[in-house]
Design a protein around this ligand. Structure first.
Ligand SMILES: [Zn+2]
Ligand SMILES: [Zn+2]
Length: 534
């Protein structure tokens, strides 16, 4: 029987990672993403894979977003030597995305190490280095959309356009097991029906099992035209106050969509000629890859090209790849539009721009992307009066515009419409993943009500045994985080050192010890005992 284990993006949106196993021991991975958001989530990146990376021959990569691709350097570092099958634009985008991710990991480890040294603790190592990332790129194997590819005997795959970001794909997989062929479809992330730049998601008619994302499984986006109007209003709000417009944007797709809209506003004279900055080296590189891949554009974007325009450029746009250029932006008086990363305001240059502008009444902050639980962006969206940036409290006085209709994800209606293309005859069993639990459950319930299909929400580390009629489910125990274990060991060593010092002190000043001090020590012992006995 075929088994699929959900090692990521189950009960959460990040860390996409599914293991498919056949009875005769073939193993394939779909996506290898980074867990992002809260510290608890991030610690999962350090845990054991739950399988041996050396035993995997193929990784199917649906798209270049880090929550789907970000652990590729780690899996290669841990011994994976097979092929990473993906679309040509995804392979190109991964080059810049993974190197950048490694750089972020290195910077964070460096910062933690400096902090640790002040407290005489051990150095922190990055999850992977730039060198690991560069090495992992050698395993990328681009394959064009709409073509069936043999991965290994009895396993075939075909990518279909997912309409989410440039190069994003749905994976159709045919797996032979015990003489039977089973078709499993992984939606990857699906775009919404009026997604800018990329083409409409491909409509698939049949599958035995379907894994579908549910980022917005419980919500409907605002109408796109309304969102566009709101976006324009947010820009004009800050301009009328001679303040800045801050747009935290993911470097990939969201940035290009923002540029696309600004280009349109600029060509049609809807915004004045104020400076616009694209302040993210990664976004600058990603935009360059978009320019090279025009054949994947939708009709409207190709039309802009045919009229002689670059959809992602305008005369007042300045690219600021270097830190020096970036810092100069904050010396500018008056209005400007600043697009910077990352999109959840939790890292990168955007933090500097927020520190300079978030407290200014009259400025605009445009939140146009998904904000994971625990991120600074989520706090801003949820109406926090102040947020902590670089260890300092910054008041939120700028006007915050949360624009849902610019999402690159299908909303509930889009997801249901897409599921509706599967024929009654194929009657797929559906697993709803890549969403917060309430979101996934809402979509599962709707799918069941609307189409009468079985729809389940698997838990993290759940093993699904795919029978032709139903799935048997079992959950693997949670692993102990290597990072947490290390922290615990370091602390225990520190306590040991303190105790030796204490013993030496007692030997010297024994006569001065009071009854009270003895009692205090007894309390500490008791507390320690409760920690140890768990
Ligand atoms: Zn995505
Ligand atoms: Zn995703």
């Amino acid at each position: 029987m075929i088994r699929v284990t959900c090692f990521g993006a189950a009960g959460s949106v990040t860390g996409s990672n599914y293991l498919i196993e056949t009875s005769d021991g073939k193993k394939i991975i779909v996506d290898c993403g980074l867990f992002q958001g809260s510290r608890e989530m991030e610690l999962r990146n350090w845990e054991d894979w739950g399988y041996d990376p050396r035993a995997i021959k193929n990784i199917i990569l649906t798209h270049a977003h880090i929550d789907h691709s970000g652990r590729i350097p780690k899996i290669v570092k841990d011994g994976f030597r097979g092929k990473i099958i993906t679309s040509p634009p995804t392979a190109e985008l991964c080059e810049v995305m993974l190197l950048d991710s490694a750089h972020v990991q290195e910077m964070e480890a460096e910062w933690k190490t400096r902090k640790n040294r002040r407290r005489a603790r051990k150095d922190t190592h990055p999850l992977y280095t730039t060198r690991d990332a560069a090495e992992s790129l050698k395993f990328l194997a681009p394959n064009e959309l709409d073509q069936i590819v043999d991965l290994e005997p009895g396993i075939r795959i075909r990518f279909r356009n997912a309409g989410h970001i440039l190069g994003s794909s749905i994976a159709e997989l045919w797996v032979e097991d015990e003489g039977k062929e089973t078709k499993i479809v992984f939606s990857g992330d699906l775009g919404k029906h009026d997604q800018l730049i990329v083409k409409h998601p491909f409509e698939i008619g049949n599958a035995d099992f379907l894994f579908i994302e549910s980022t917005y499984g419980d919500r409907l986006h605002r109408n796109f035209e309304d969102s566009k109007a709101e976006f324009l209003e947010a820009i004009n709000y800050a301009i009328s106050n001679r303040e800045k417009v801050i747009i935290p944007a993911f470097a990939l797709e969201r940035t290009q969509e923002v540029l696309y809209l600004l280009g349109e506003f600029s060509r049609t004279g809807q915004i004045p000629n104020i400076p616009i900055f694209l302040d993210s080296p990664l976004a600058i590189k990603a935009t360059e890859i978009f320019r090279k891949n025009k054949k994947y554009y939708d009709e409207a974007t190709q039309a802009i090209v045919h009229q002689g325009f670059d959809p992602f450029d305008m005369p007042n746009l300045t690219l600021t790849p270097t830190t020096k250029e970036s810092m100069k932006i904050n010396e500018i008086n008056g209005s400007a539009i600043i697009i910077s990363a990352n999109g959840m305001c939790s890292a990168g240059r955007i933090k500097h721009h927020l520190k300079h502008n978030l407290w200014r009444p009259g400025a605009s902050v445009i939140i146009a992307g998904f904000q994971a639980q625990g991120s600074t962006g989520r706090q801003i969206v949820d109406g926090a009066k102040a947020v902590t940036i670089f260890g300092e409290k910054v008041a939120v006085r700028a006007k915050v515009f949360t624009i849902g209709g610019l999402s690159a994800h299908a909303d509930q209606a889009d997801l249901l419409a897409w599921v509706g293309h599967f024929s009654k005859k194929s009657n797929p069993t559906i697993f709803v993943t890549h969403g917060e639990p309430t979101s996934s459950q809402a979509l599962a319930t709707k799918i069941n009500e609307k189409f009468g299909l079985s729809a389940y929400v698997p838990k993290w580390r759940e093993v699904l045994t795919l029978d032709h009629v139903e799935a048997v489910r079992e959950i693997l125990p949670e692993p102990v985080s290597i990072d947490l274990r290390q922290d615990m060991l370091t602390l225990a060593e520190e306590i040991e050192a303190e105790i030796s010092r204490f013993k030496e002190q007692i030997a010297v000043k024994a006569p001065k010890i009071t009854e009270e001090e003895l009692e205090k020590l007894k309390d500490i012992r008791e507390e320690l005992q409760t920690v140890i006995s768990g």
